[in-house]
Design a binder for this molecule. Structure first.
Ligand code: AQP
Length: 346
């Protein structure tokens, strides 16, 4: 698979991103986030966080949260993130995230948060029952990023609106406190072939950890038979694969499967259609896609299993990462507090 090229020059920028330990990682997380993490780590300083503070915006059983946090860290490493190079840590181990989030809660406006579509989607029909944390989630996300003055954030397309809010918070802080340029206007790195992987059951919904149907997603830990069966049963329309990319319009399920094939094989959709256009889905394309998925994901899931067998080692790596993260965060938070006026009694 060809690695996406990013507009990040060595040494000039800082990258931050995170994944929630709220369930098993899926193909969308892998292509939308992890593949980019790996590509970026050699280009500039990168911080990759397991965002456990975000995870508890929805209920997480305390008994499983730590294991899930280690599992996400294991997925980072298994996908190719090198903890000697990138800083990998658990969000809750760096308390500065929460402290900056409070300051940003007082900078962000209610009207801005009211526009966040992810809150509307996740809170559903009963938003009064959602946690306050779920509502202010994008403010904590802004704090995660700006605590390190990160300039770039590799994410899937679903995070675009949150990244715009991060820029709004940075700009308002800089303006209100007369601190021009103190926080950067961070850019999202969304481009890339896996920016929006859709559900296997519904081409209009994104592939998601929280979809109640396990058939809707390929988990990183799925075995070869499960992957083959999920792809065999993936929703398609009755037409054969089209010959041209234009003809994928209005066919979201077909578009998604061709997009996944393209992302995994490092080809364009046009190249995939040049090989498979005109054929039905079942005989050749779906088995070839299943084989490609197994070829790409089996080594990742085997390495995850190996790493998960030694949780103490994962904890040591995360603790070392947290120390490095705090060393970067402390002076930025201290300066932020000075700018805000928290100087008495120190
Ligand atoms: N379907 C997707 N296609 C491409 N990228 C995706 N991402 C998520 N889904 C897709 C990207 O994965 C990263 C980590 O996401 P997250 O764990 O922080 O939570 P999320 O964005 O809310 O994704 P999930 O997996 O679907 O979780 P739930 O079901 O809890 O909402 C992000 O970079 C995200 O863009």
């Amino acid at each position: 698979m060809t690695e996406p090229a990013f507009p990040v020059a060595t040494g000039e920028h800082r990258v931050f991103s995170g994944v929630q330990p709220s369930g098993a990682l899926h193909l969308g997380n892998y292509l939308g986030a992890l593949v980019k993490f790996v590509a970026l780590q050699h280009q500039t300083q990168c911080l990759y966080c397991v965002v456990d503070l975000h995870a508890i915006t929805a209920w997480q059983a305390p008994k499983t949260l730590a294991a899930q946090t280690r599992e996400i860290a294991a997925a980072y490493f298994a996908a190719g993130v090198d903890p000697a190079e990138a800083i990998v840590f658990a969000q809750s181990a760096v308390p500065e995230h929460s402290e900056l989030a409070w300051i940003f809660n007082c900078v962000a406006r209610l009207g801005w948060l009211d526009r966040m579509t992810q809150f509307k989607e996740k809170s559903g029909k009963h938003k009064e029952r959602a946690s306050v944390g779920l509502y202010t989630y994008p403010v904590l996300q802004a704090a995660d990023i700006l605590l390190y003055k990160a300039t770039h954030v590799p994410v899937g397309e679903d995070q675009k609106q949150h990244l715009e809010l991060t820029r709004d918070i940075a700009a308002k802080f800089n303006h209100d406190f007369d601190a021009p340029g103190f926080f950067p206007l961070t850019e999202a790195l969304i481009e890339g072939p896996g920016a929006r992987i859709m559900s296997l059951r519904d081409g209009a919904a994104k592939m998601s950890k929280s979809d109640p149907s396990d058939q809707s997603r390929i988990n990183l830990t799925d075995d070869a038979d499960t992957i083959a069966s999920k792809i065999r049963r993936a929703k398609t329309d009755p037409l054969p694969l089209p010959e041209s990319v234009d003809d994928l319009k209005g066919r979201p399920e077909a578009d998604n499967l061709v997009g996944i094939f393209a992302a995994l094989s490092g080809q364009t959709k046009a190249q995939v259609l040049a090989s498979y256009g005109g054929q039905g889905f079942g005989q050749i394309f779906k088995p070839a896609l299943a084989d490609l998925l197994v070829e790409r994901l089996a080594p990742v899931s085997a390495e995850m299993r190996r790493l998960m067998a030694d949780p103490a080692e994962i904890d040591r790596t995360l603790a070392a990462g947290a120390q490095r993260a705090r060393a970067l965060a402390e002076p930025i938070l201290a300066e932020t507090k000075r700018i805000v006026g928290f100087t008495a009694g120190r």
